[in-house]
Design a protein around this ligand. Structure first.
Ligand SMILES: Nc1ncnc2c1ncn2[C@@H]1O[C@H](COP(=O)(O)OP(=O)(O)OP(=O)(O)O)[C@@H](O)[C@H]1O
Ligand SMILES: [Mg+2]
Length: 256
């Protein structure tokens, strides 16, 4: 089995002659938290949308766990365990936290047998629900309506419903966007916890988050890979510093 759970080969997306993603060869190692970074307009979201099947590539290949998934739909890749959080996992605002997670589990058991293999012995659905709530630190808020949760806790609930689908590869699109310090720290810790035993690929702007949890970072600029490595390596990379010049260069340095 390859060390790389996800690989792209010459992944390219053109919009009317403009190349937003330019021959990207991305390799995400199994078990890693891998961050996609880059200045505004670098092609991160477009790249992410190609990987999650929101967009069709102009050229190139996407391989997940040895399977060519370039032409598969988001539903098909979800069955393979490639799950995008925050979009796919709709949260029902008028239901409680517990009901939301239970529905997430029930919905998933209807479409796949994979989940049941993960259950041991006589563990009931509710035990699984409680375990998920425990994992994301929402057990004491289980009976609150989802709508009444503070913002950062909503993200935790979304992660719990994503976890109900037993992802092998979790794709997170700016998970800490719009959050205050306390929520950022909480969600960062949560991502680290749920990343155990699986792989996470995340687009993230917050350098502090990237510095603290990313095992590997790919920096994009103008659609192409500019640098790759761990935080210490890419944050000192001259091309990266230049790409961020005048915007986040100080942040890049300061995060460490
Ligand atoms: N549907 C589209 N049609 C035309 N151009 C597009 C489309 N989507 C994105 N682009 C262009 O592709 C480039 C990359 O955009 P993308 O949104 O992927 O960047 P990004 O790295 O996510 O930036 P940001 O950090 O601002 O979110 C930009 O120049 C953008 O204007
Ligand atoms: Mg974007």
């Amino acid at each position: 089995m390859s060390d790389f759970i996800l690989e792209t080969q010459d992944l390219t997306k053109e919009f009317k002659g403009f190349t937003a993603v330019d021959a990207v060869n991305l390799r995400v190692q199994r078990g890693h938290i891998h961050a996609l970074l880059g200045p505004n307009g670098a092609g991160k979201t477009t790249c992410f949308n190609l990987l999650t099947k929101f967009l069709t590539p102009t050229r190139g290949r996407i391989v997940f766990a040895g399977h060519d998934i370039t032409r598969e739909t988001s539903a098909q890749i979800a069955r393979r365990g490639v799950i995008r959080s925050f979009q796919i996992s709709a949260v029902f605002p008028h239901l409680t936290v517990l009901e939301n997670v239970r529905i997430g589990l029930q919905r998933f058991t209807g479409t796949s047998f994979h989940f049941w293999r993960g259950l041991t012995g006589l563990k009931t659905l509710d035990a699984k629900v409680l375990a998920l709530l425990e994992l994301v630190d929402l057990r004491d808020m289980a009976h609150l309506k989802a709508a009444d949760l503070p913002y950062g806790r909503k993200r935790a609930l979304e992660i719990a419903t994503t976890m109900a689908m037993e992802p092998q590869l979790m794709l997170l699109d700016e998970p800490t966007q719009g959050m205050g310090h306390e929520d950022v720290d909480r969600v960062t810790a949560l991502i680290k916890r749920v990343a155990e035993g699986r792989t996470v690929l995340m687009v993230e702007h917050n350098m502090k988050v990237v510095a603290s949890i990313a095992d590997r970072i790919t920096v994009l600029a103008r659609g192409a890979v500019l640098a790759e490595g761990d935080y210490a390596t890419v944050s000192k990379h001259p091309a990266v510093l230049e790409a961020y010049m005048g915007t986040e260069a100080t942040e890049l340095q300061g995060a460490h």
